[in-house]
Design a protein around this ligand. Sequence first.
Ligand code: HEM
Length: 399
Amino acid sequence: MLVHVGAVPTVVVSTPQAAEAVLRTHDHVFASRPRNPVADIIRYNSTDIAFAPYGDYWRRARKVVNTHLLSVKMVYSKRHDREEEVRLVVAKIRELAMAAPGKALDMTELLGGYASDFVCRAVLGESHRKHGRNELFRELTEISASLLGGFNLEDYFPRLANLDVFLRVVCSKAMGVSKRWDNLFNELIAEYEHGKEDNAEDFVHLLLSLKKEYGLSTDNVKAILVNMFEAAIETSFLVLEYSMPYLKATIKEAMRIHPPAPFLLPHFSTNDCEINGYTIPAGTRVIVNAWALARDPSHWERAEEFYPERFLQEGRDAEVDMYGKDIRFVPFGAGRRICAGATFAIATVEVMLANLIYHFDWELPSEMEAIGAKVDMSDQFGMTLRRTERLHLVPKIYK
Ligand code: HEM
């Protein structure tokens, strides 16, 4: 489907055949990103990974992340840190449950805090709780994500870019947050240079020590770090919030019904390309509607139902892959711009979910039980898909 959003022609892809063409067959043509003025400001001229145009710089940045930061080996080596962060949350829930039995907890806050604390620990190493840095990173990540995900006039009416009003209203917020990110990174880099924090396994240390080898500037390193925070914190905890109370199949089903990035990130074509008999000219923005693909009733039985057993029983869905091989189900995207942190994300989600189920029985708040109310599972669309209502549940400690 071709839609004209303001001045920008945008192709929206919602069928498996067209998604296959865009994300796999002609992946190289659609592997770029449209320019995003907010990313230019808060991602150091879009030199992170997610917003970098397809080309030599993106290849180098993606390689350093795939090889050193988010490799399977690295994700595994963070096991101890992950488990310790989970233990802290479990202990906190236990303490709250004992202090006020029957009181509902704000799971949105607790799970969001876990995702943020663990990512801070992976990225910053031991210094993450110092000076309340984890709180600060969480706040900055939330502001940046809302700016990037918000409707941007300039994205759709590019000629407005020079108008004072645009510069004042849209950019001043982005500039403010960018300055705060930059001050934080300068502090971290100064610590690294003075050798105060000697933990070579965290992302800041790894990136700074590899920057020469990969031809990255200090600003490039900062851009990649912002990307790590936003990509990891904004997504993993959304899955956690949605998937209680089941496990592996449940995580998959939660990602099918509530994909954290429902439209992936926008792709951008660099050559003309023929798809399903239509010529898509170079320079077209393409949105892949992963949400629609995963709920298409002609490709899924009981498409609208939360039914994790579909991934367990024998049948065509039992072996469904969620890492880009089955085009009906691409919560992490597919092809060369596929999510770089999928293994990291699933490891983060699984260990927490397993512990929440192992240690506690979960109930609805009594006022909801009394009127037979159910958890509100409706979604709020944006760059990430969020719950409309925060999740409140009551933990019961197993005797
Ligand atoms: C459940 C959690 C997550 C989901 C559902 C998710 C999903 C996605 C999606 C849909 C894309 C865009 C793919 C495309 O445009 O075709 C993406 C890109 C990306 N993600 Fe994730 N992500 C998650 C967690 C993470 C984590 C934990 C990290 C890092 C620690 C991460 C790092 C990235 C990066 C760097 C990119 C940009 C890739 C590129 O443009 O080359 N993601 N992610």
